[in-house]
Design a protein around this ligand. Structure first.
Ligand code: GLC
Length: 792
C-alpha cells in the first residue's frame, strides 16, 4: 500500500485514494491515432496522432498553479444549486468513497455525494477516434433527483506552441460553434499553415439541452473553473456568437432520476479528418450497448496484449511489473515517444527518433508484432545511402530532420541490428533478411545489406587507437559538449559495434554471406584488441571517450570529474570484449563507485561545470540525468551484464530497486514523486539535494530494456534464431518460478526449479516428458508444451 493508492493486481488497476498526488499521476487512453491522457484529478488533454501538431484541448502542466487543469470535467448540479464533480476537481465538493482507478486503457472515478453515487469511465475505443466519458449516476436518496450535467473542455490550437507564441495574432483563427444537426459543439482550427484541418467535436449521447462555446460566457465575469457562473446559475448561454479566441466546448444535459434508479450519459470528445467518420462515431455512442461493447474490446485488447508473457515469481513486485505495467508502459513509450505526460507538454516537433524507436520496438516484438513491422519498415527507409540513419523523421510528411542538439548520432545502426535480430528470432522469419527496401532517396537493398551498410559506416571512420570516431554523439546525447573535433574515439560504440557484429554474422551465416561474416569477424577481433590496450583500459575500468589531443580522456582516473562511466563497463561484458578477467573487475569497480540505494549513477564524479566552469553550455547540474544521475536506461545494461557474469543476486538488486513500484513505496511517493506504475527515465543522485526523485515518467529506453532485462536475462527466456533459449540468472534464494510464454504459435508452460539454490546453470530440461539436449526449445507443430527446467 502506497501513500496515495495501491495496486489491485486482480483487476490490473492502480487505485488512487487521495485526490492530490505529488505530480499528476496519469493514464494513457489511446488507439493508434487518438490519445488522451488523464490524471487522477480528471485533468488531461487529447490529441490526434501527434501531440505537437494534433492537439485538441488545453492543459497546463507547467505554468504556475493551478497545474493539471483543465481536463475532462463533468459538473453535476442539483436543483438546489449544489455542485460537485466526480473527479473532485475542479469544484472540490467533499466526496465520499472517492477513488480513481487507472486500468489498462481506461480510467474510472467513483464517488458518492449526498445520496448520489457516480461511476465515470473514460476510455478511447480501439477503432474510433474519440474519448468517451461514460457517467452513471445512481440515486440512493429515496426521492427523485433533478440534476444537470455539464461537460466542459477548453480547445486549443492543434500546434500547441501557438498557444504561447503569437496568440494575439492567431486568436481569430479558431472557432467553436454549436450544431443542432450534429448535437455537438464543433471546434474549427483554421490556422493557414497548419492545414489540413481536423473535425473536432464535443457531443453527448443525449439531446443537448444547452451549450456554451466561449470561455468568458461560460465562466462569467470573475468566474473560475472551480465554479463557472453558468453552472452556478444552472443554465448555459446557448449563445453561438463566435468567441474571440477563448474557445471552449460545454454541454448541458438535464437528468431526472427516480429513487433507486441509475441514469447513464456519455460525452464524446473526438476528432477525425472527415465528418463522414466523425458523424458515425457520434451516432454509434449514443447507444449505451455500443459504449459497453467498446469498453469490453479495450479490456480484451490489453488482456491479449499482456498475455504473450506471464510469470509467477517469488518476488511479487517484479511479477506485477513484468505481467502488467511494464508491457503496458512499453506500448506507450513506443507510441508517443517524447510526447505529453502530466509533467511535460511535449516536444516542438513530433516524429520518430530512429534509435529510440528501434529500441522501443524490442519489447513489442513479443507483445505487438504488427506495429513493430510497420515501424522498422519506416526506419529502414530512413537509412541514408552512406549507411547511417537519419536521427529523426516525421512519418506523416515522410521527412527526416536533425535531433535538436544538432549533433549526428553515430550509433543508430547498432540498435537496428539488435532489433532485427530479435524480430527474426521471434518470428522465425529468416527471409525477412532478403526483403528489399530503398535507402532514403536511394537504391533498393536487402535488409541484410542495410544492416551491413549501417555497421560498415560506423567501422569506416576509425581514430588512431582503432576505435570508431564519435563524429557527433553516441548513446549519450550530451557528449557533444565534450567533443572538440568529432575525431574523438568512443569506447561505447566500439563495444556496441562488436555486439552488433556478433548478431549480424549469425544472421549472415543463415544466408551464406561470406563477405559479411568476414567483415564481422575482422571487426570483432580488431576491436577486441584495440579495446584492451592500456590507452583504453585504465587499470580498473574501461574509459569512455578518447581524445586525439592531449585533453585527458573521459572516464580516466586522471580526471577530476568524469573518472568512471557505467556504460563502458556494462557493454564490455555484453560485447564479450573484456579480456583477462576485466569483465568482473570493471563491474565490481562500477558497483563500488557508482552504486547507490536508488540505482547506479551514470558517471562519477559529476561535472560541476560542463565542460569547464565558465562555459556557457551548462545543462544538467551534478547528479542530474547524463551528469551523474541515475540513468535507468543505463542501469538496465548493468543488470544484463551481471546476469551474463552469472551474478543473479547482484542483477536482481540492481533490477528491483529501480522498479517504479519499489522506488515509490520504499523511498516514499513524496520522494520519488512520479507514478508508481510507470518507469521514470532517470532519478536524481547525490550531490543533488533531491536524491531518489524520479524524472520524466513513461517515455524512455528504460521501459523496453527493463522488460528485456527482466524477461530475457533474469528469467532468461529469450528468442534466438533456433528457438526459445532458457538461461535464467536469479537470486539464490528463489526456489524457482513459472512462466507462460507464447512463441511461434505454441504456448510454453515453463516451470523452473532451483533445488540447489544457485544463481545460474541448468541441469536438465524436459519438454512434455522428453529430455532436451542443450537449452533451446523449438517444439514445432504443437499448440501447448509443458517444460520443466531444473537448475544445477
Ligand atoms: C534520451 C534520448 C536517448 C539518449 C539518452 C541518453 O533518453 O532520448 O536517445 O540515448 O537520452 O543521452
Amino acid at each position: 500500500m502506497g501513500q496515495y493508492g495501491f495496486f489491485d493486481d486482480a483487476n490490473r488497476e492502480y487505485v488512487i485514494t487521495e485526490h492530490f498526488t505529488p505530480l499528476p499521476w496519469i493514464n494513457f487512453l489511446c488507439n493508434k491515432d487518438f490519445t488522451a491522457i488523464i490524471s487522477q484529478a480528471g485533468g488531461g488533454t487529447a490529441f490526434y496522432r501527434e501531440s505537437s501538431s494534433g492537439r485538441l484541448t488545453r492543459y497546463n502542466q507547467t505554468r504556475v498553479a493551478p497545474v493539471d487543469r483543465p481536463g475532462f470535467y463533468i459538473y453535476l448540479r442539483d436543483k438546489n444549486g449544489d455542485v460537485f464533480c466526480p473527479t473532485y476537481e475542479p469544484v472540490r465538493a467533499p466526496l465520499e468513497n472517492w477513488k480513481c482507478r487507472h486500468g489498462l486503457g481506461y480510467t474510472v472515478f467513483e464517488s458518492e455525494y449526498k445520496g448520489l453515487k457516480t461511476e465515470t469511465t473514460y476510455f478511447v475505443p480501439r477503432k474510433d477516434n474519440v474519448v468517451l466519458w461514460n457517467l452513471k449516476i445512481t440515486n440512493n436518496r429515496g426521492e427523485p433527483a433533478d440534476l444537470s450535467a455539464f461537460s466542459y473542455v477548453e480547445w486549443t490550437f492543434h500546434r500547441v506552441d501557438r498557444e504561447y507564441l503569437g496568440f494575439h495574432w492567431n486568436r481569430f483563427y479558431h472557432d467553436s460553434v454549436f450544431s443542432s444537426e450534429k448535437n455537438a459543439v464543433l471546434y474549427d482550427c483554421h490556422v493557414f499553415e497548419d492545414l489540413p484541418k481536423l473535425k473536432v467535436y464535443l457531443s453527448s449521447s443525449e439531446p443537448v439541452d444547452a451549450y456554451d462555446c466561449d470561455r468568458n460566457r461560460f465562466l462569467g465575469r470573475g468566474g473560475m473553473p472551480d465554479m463557472p457562473l453558468a453552472v452556478k446559475n444552472g443554465r448555459l448561454s446557448c449563445d453561438n456568437k463566435p468567441s474571440s479566441g477563448y474557445t471552449i466546448g460545454a454541454i448541458q444535459n438535464n437528468l431526472k432520476i427516480a429513487p433507486g434508479q441509475t441514469a447513464e450519459i456519455t460525452f464524446m470528445l473526438g476528432s477525425d479528418p472527415t465528418w463522414e467518420t466523425a458523424d458515425k462515431v457520434m451516432v454509434k455512442y449514443k447507444c449505451s450497448e455500443n459504449v459497453k461493447t467498446a469498453l469490453c474490446e479495450v479490456k480484451k485488447y490489453w488482456n491479449d496484449y499482456i498475455s504473450a508473457f506471464n510469470c509467477d515469481l517469488p518476488d511479487k513486485d517484479m511479477e506485477r511489473m513484468i505481467n502488467i505495467w511494464n508491457p503496458y508502459n512499453c506500448y506507450h513509450s513506443f507510441n508517443r515517444k517524447m510526447s505529453v505526460t502530466g509533467m511535460t507538454p511535449g516536444y516542438e516537433k513530433g516524429g520518430v527518433q530512429s534509435r529510440d524507436s528501434s529500441q522501443d520496438c524490442m519489447s513489442l516484438i513479443t507483445l505487438e508484432p504488427s506495429i513493430v513491422k510497420e515501424r522498422m519498415d519506416a526506419i529502414l527507409r530512413f537509412q541514408r545511402p552512406d549507411g547511417n540513419f537519419f536521427d529523426c523523421f516525421d512519418i506523416e510528411s515522410q521527412k527526416p530532420f536533425d535531433h535538436h542538439s544538432g549533433a549526428e548520432r553515430c550509433d543508430n545502426a547498432v540498435w537496428v541490428v539488435y532489433t532485427i535480430y530479435d524480430m527474426i528470432s521471434e518470428w522465425d522469419d529468416i527471409d525477412f533478411l532478403d526483403k528489399q527496401f530503398p535507402y532514403y532517396k536511394g537504391e533498393n537493398a536487402s535488409v541484410l545489406d542495410h544492416l551491413y551498410k549501417g555497421l560498415e559506416w560506423i567501422a569506416a571512420d576509425k581514430g588512431k587507437n582503432g576505435l570508431p570516431k564519435i563524429r557527433g554523439v553516441d548513446w549519450n546525447d550530451n557528449l557533444y559538449m565534450f567533443t572538440e573535433s568529432g575525431d574523438e574515439e568512443t569506447v561505447m560504440i566500439a563495444q556496441q559495434l562488436v555486439y552488433a557484429c556478433r548478431l549480424l554474422s549469425e544472421l549472415a551465416a543463415k544466408k551464406d554471406r561470406r563477405d559479411i561474416i568476414e567483415f564481422c569477424e575482422a571487426v570483432i577481433s580488431d576491436m577486441t584488441k584495440a579495446l584492451n590496450t592500456d590507452v583504453i583500459w585504465d587499470g580498473d575500468w574501461y574509459k569512455r571517450l578518447i581524445y586525439p589531443t592531449d585533453t585527458v580522456d573521459l572516464g580516466s582516473k586522471d580526471r577530476q570529474e568524469g573518472k568512471i562511466y557505467l556504460n563502458t563497463q556494462s557493454w564490455a561484458v555484453i560485447s564479450e570484449t573484456a579480456t583477462d578477467g576485466r569483465d568482473v573487475h570493471c563491474m565490481d569497480k562500477a558497483k563500488e563507485i557508482l552504486d547507490t540505494s536508488y540505482g547506479i549513477k551514470l558517471l562519477f564524479p559529476a561535472f560541476t561545470g560542463v565542460p569547464t566552469p565558465d562555459d556557457p553550455i551548462y545543462n544538467n547540474g551534478p547528479g542530474i540525468r547524463e551528469n551523474g544521475g541515475i540513468f535507468h536506461h543505463a542501469n538496465t545494461w548493468a543488470i544484463i551484464a551481471e546476469t551474463i557474469l552469472g551474478r543473479g543476486d547482484q542483477a536482481f538488486d540492481y533490477f528491483r530497486k529501480i522498479l517504479p513500484n519499489v522506488s515509490s513505496e520504499e523511498r516514499g511517493a513524496d520522494v520519488f514523486v512520479n507514478e508508481p506504475y510507470a518507469f521514470s527515465s532517470t532519478a536524481l543522485a547525490d550531490p543533488d539535494p533531491r536524491p531518489g526523485e524520479g524524472d520524466m515518467a513513461w517515455f524512455s529506453g528504460t521501459v523496453t530494456w527493463m522488460y528485456l532485462a527482466g524477461v530475457q536475462y533474469i528469467l532468461g527466456i529469450k528468442a534466438v534464431p533456433d528457438g526459445l533459449k532458457i538461461d535464467p540468472c536469479i537470486p539464490k534464494d528463489w526456489d524457482g518460478f513459472k512462466v507462460v510464454r507464447k512463441f511461434r504459435g505454441c504456448t510454453y508452460n515453463i516451470e523452473v526449479k532451483n533445488p540447489s539454490h544457485i544463481n545460474k546453470g541448468i541441469k536438465s530440461i524436459i519438454a512434455d516428458g522428453e529430455a532436451i539436449d542443450g537449452n533451446i526449445l523449438n517444439v514445432c507443430g504443437k499448440k501447448e508444451v509443458s517444460v520443466e527446467v531444473i537448475m544445477g
